[in-house]
Design a protein. Structure first.
Length: 91
């Protein structure tokens, strides 16, 4: 407790931008049907019955949510810094 944390807000925002871009890339993924050579294999059993397009959409939504939260955190930290500048002496 009482430790000083430093956050580079520009790097955090940059990371959020890259994660948002990755979410866009993930959204563009299109699952393909298993080839005949995989039917009955362990790989086929692992994905059988799982709606891949739904899981891809969930993954992209999760990435977007993280990026949004990171941006909001950066904004809140920046606002708190501005609001309290001068309140505490620099050591």
């Amino acid at each position: 407790m009482g430790e000083i944390a430093r956050v580079d807000l520009e790097q955090l925002r940059s990371l959020a931008d890259r994660v948002t871009a990755a979410a866009g890339d993930v959204t563009e993924l299109r699952p393909t049907a298993l080839g005949d050579g995989l039917i009955g294999s362990a790989a086929a059993a692992a994905v059988a019955g799982q709606p891949l397009s739904d899981r891809i959409a969930e993954a992209a939504a999760g990435l977007r949510g993280w990026a949004q939260a990171a941006r909001q955190s950066a904004d809140a930290l920046e606002q708190a810094d501005r609001a309290h500048t001068g309140r505490f002496p620099v050591r």
